[in-house]
Write a protein that binds this ligand. Structure first.
Ligand code: 5GP
Length: 192
């Protein structure tokens, strides 16, 4: 281990803003000591997703059991499905010295901020909402109704961006990634 408790980093932003792509870019930089915790969700697996990798795909009953047993650091309902972060996993990884990145939506993020105020909170915004709509539609994995709900949710999430410490416009993947990397490094230096 690296001898020191890792940071907790929350990455939020509307569906389709490119959080997943930025996360992958960040993870290529080994000097950031990043890892992620696998969330639990009740939504259906998309093509190409694997249980235990993108998510733990569980039934609503199983999810509710985890809530009742207080096993989640946070959880939230997002477009008719539940999503949550297993608390023990996050602690274990941070205690091993990893900086843990949570890619979660706004309600979950505010629960984490209450519990762990020193969390680094980053909100990614699209250059404009029109582009976001194109990206969400381009994904073609969801029905029109779900796409409409995701767009609605995106507009609502954008209103909460100022509750985050850092707001970053994702108009250039490399630049946005670099900005986040430098934030992580800066906070790491300051907490030494
Ligand atoms: P998707 O269905 O596209 O994978 O995720 C939908 C939304 O749920 C995204 O904004 C994603 O960041 C968020 N999300 C994923 N895992 C969690 C989690 O554990 N907790 C919360 N609150 N949101 C999550």
């Amino acid at each position: 281990t690296m001898g020191k408790k890792g940071l907790l980093i929350i990455l939020s932003g509307p569906s389709g803003v490119g959080k997943g792509t930025i996360r992958k870019e960040l993870f290529m930089d080994e000097s950031l000591h990043l890892t992620y915790s696998v969330s639990m969700t009740t939504r259906n697996k998309r093509a190409g997703e694997t249980n235990g990798v993108e998510y733990y795909f569980v039934s609503r009953d199983e999810f509710e059991k985890n809530i009742a047993e207080d096993k989640l650091l946070e959880y939230s309902e997002f477009v008719n499905n539940l999503y949550g972060t297993p608390a023990a996993e996050v602690e274990r990884l941070r205690n091993e010295g990893y900086n843990v990145l949570l890619e979660i939506e706004v309600n979950g993020a505010s629960q984490v901020i209450q519990k762990i105020p020193e969390a680094i909170t980053i909100f990614l915004i699209p250059p404009n909402l029109h582009e976001l709509e194109e990206r969400i539609r381009g994904r073609k994995s969801e029905s029109n109704d779900i796409i409409q709900l995701r767009l609605q949710k995106a507009r609502n999430e954008m209103k909460l961006k100022n509750t985050y410490k850092y707001v970053i416009v994702n108009s250039d993947l490399k630049k946005a990634t670099q900005r986040i990397a430098s934030i992580i490094k800066k906070v790491e230096r300051n907490t030494l």
